[in-house]
Design a protein around this ligand. Structure first.
Ligand code: XMP
Length: 513
């Protein structure tokens, strides 16, 4: 059975993925597509409604992105957000102009008044706070439209033509700062588009398993399992779908956190699959000996990973399908102009041209991270695997600053474990986006008992972020930092100092190397 679908046309705004996530949270399936998607493809996609995202352009400027005007004649409901709202106005006979300074231009939280008899705002208070970020405004509302929301600075915050199912809002209902934003999206989906709410992870699980079975038949599937959330959930799904036809290769490069390898192994032992754990610490450390340059370390780890994986794949023999844990944000993001390479990221998703296989399968390709976690729960993965924070492919290799040795890795594993343990005890695990310890390459003088020490400094790092492109450092309670510091210095031999990193990204990055 096909899900109902909503089409989100991307005009380059910064919250586009967020809109899609919000729609999915309402149990409605949606996809983000480029704004110039040909009208025949839109018809073929067969959505129940369309959302125009915001964007940085001005609708009246030459070269600004516009949809095919035929879209307004499809008979489908449209919700325009910010730039998307201005598009509605521009194309349907209204007028959009640059707001004069301090008049109708708005930025930030804005008290806004609504007509509650508009379907978009039905059942919601007549006044609430919205999040605005617009320099243009609608000087003239198109014929057939009503003004249904206004703020002090801007009389044209919301418009609608209920007859045709066209709605436009200057503010961003998808961001949390808009008090009733989710409810407005829900009203659009259920009240206007006639959504039934047929997008659930239990259905997805069932259908994805069927789809994998239909595709794979009796073929062999190979998956590189990193122990991260995405590859673990992909593995669980495939295990459920094709059981013993699946081989998972888990390369333990010796750069894992404390107990991590065993935890991954334990989680997958209950399925009847071919699970291979390759203990490759030795060879990774050999190749990394004496290497201090971060990019060199990353490249070596990446290459070695592929070699080990390849070797194991050869042992397994001809595979028909290589499975990957690619998720939807990777899909949306790829194909955009490349930014400068700050770090050469490596994860097992990037594997390999070298293994002989017929086709790639990506069972999580259309899912957001939170959906992947939900699916993981549906599949019965333990909570610690499902909620695991992001962990870089090169592992602790880029958290031991400078040369990597087993002693340093062991020190770091202990320190990192203590940090994670105390965060969990304080009940704060869910409040930080990513947190970990790194072992600096700095030694300094300390005093312990009556003796002088000359030992390493551990740096703690914790960040708040939604996309990991930018991040702020977490305001961790001092008492927690104190506990962690005392424990690390007491329990980890070779460490006599603990530092807390208070740089945001940019100018720093999340990881140290
Ligand atoms: P940076 O250090 O670039 O990190 O600010 C941003 C996010 O990416 C993770 N990261 C990686 N993930 N392979 C990965 O799969 C990598 O090589 C890699 N390097 C960094 C990092 O942990 C953070 O979440």
């Amino acid at each position: 059975m096909e899900n109902q679908k909503v089409l989100i046309l991307d005009f380059g705004g910064q919250y586009n993925q967020l809109i899609a996530r919000r729609v999915r949270e309402c149990s409605v399936y949606c996809e983000v597509k480029p704004y110039d998607l040909p009208i025949e493809e839109i018809r073929r996609f067969d959505p129940i409604g369309i959302i125009f995202t915001g964007g940085p352009s001005s609708v009246y400027e030459a070269g600004s992105p516009h949809p095919d005007p035929e879209i307004f004649r499809l008979g489908l409901p449209i919700l325009g957000i910010c730039y998307g709202c201005q598009l509605l106005s521009h194309h349907l006979g209204g007028q959009v102009t640059a707001a004069q300074a301090d008049s109708a231009r708005e930025y930030g939280k804005t008290p806004t008044r609504f007509d509650a008899d508009c379907r978009l705002f039905r059942g919601l208070p007549e006044e609430s706070v919205t999040w605005m970020s617009h320099g243009d405004y609608m000087a003239k509302v198109p014929e057939g439209f009503r003004l249904v929301a206004r703020s002090e600075a801007c009389p044209t915050v919301g418009i609608c033509d209920e007859e045709r199912g066209f709605y436009g809002v200057q503010f961003h209902p998808e961001v949390n700062h808009t008090e009733y934003g989710r409810e407005m999206l829900r009203n659009f989906l259920y009240g206007v588009c006639g959504a039934k709410g047929d997008w659930t992870m239990s259905d997805y699980k069932r259908e994805a398993i069927q789809a994998v079975r239909a595709k794979v038949g009796g073929g062999k599937v190979l998956l590189a399992l990193s122990g991260g959330v995405d590859s673990s959930v992909a593995a669980a799904l495939l295990a459920e779908a094709v059981g013993s036809q699946l081989s998972c290769v888990f390369v333990d490069h010796g750069l894992m956190r404390k107990n991590e390898g065993d935890e991954v192994e334990a989680a997958f032992s209950r399925w009847n699959i071919n699970f291979v754990r390759v203990n490759a610490e030795e060879r990774f450390l050999r190749r990394l000996a004496g290497v201090t340059e971060p990019e060199d370390k990353r490249k070596i780890i990446g290459e070695e990973f592929i070699r080990v994986f390849e070797q194991e794949a050869k042992k397994i023999g001809a595979v028909d399908y290589l499975a990957q844990g690619t998720i939807y944000p990777d899909v949306i993001e790829s194909g955009r102009g490349d930014a400068a390479v700050i770090k050469s990221h490596h994860n097992v998703g990037g594997l390999p041209d070298y293994v002989d296989f017929k086709e790639i399968i990506e069972p999580l390709r259309m899912l957001f991270k939170d959906e992947v976690r939900q699916l993981g729960r549906e599949l019965g993965l333990p909570e610690y695997l499902v909620t695991r924070q992001p962990f870089p492919g090169p592992g602790l290799g880029i958290r031991v600053i400078g040369e990597i040795t087993r002693e340093k890795l062991d020190m770091l594993r202990e320190a990192d474990y203590i940090f994670r343990d105390e965060v969990a005890r304080a009940g704060l695990a869910g409040t930080m986006s990513q947190y970990f310890a790194a072992l600096t390459n700095m030694r300094s003088v300390g005093v312990m008992g009556d003796g002088r020490t000359y030992d390493y400094a551990v740096a703690l790092r914790s960040v708040q972020t939604s996309d990991f492109m930018t991040a702020d450092w977490s305001r961790i309670p001092y008492e927690l930092l104190d506990k962690v510091s005392v424990r690390i210095v007491n329990e980890v031999r070779g460490v006599n100092r603990v530092l807390y990193d208070i740089t945001s990204k940019p100018p720093a990055t999340v990881e140290f190397e």
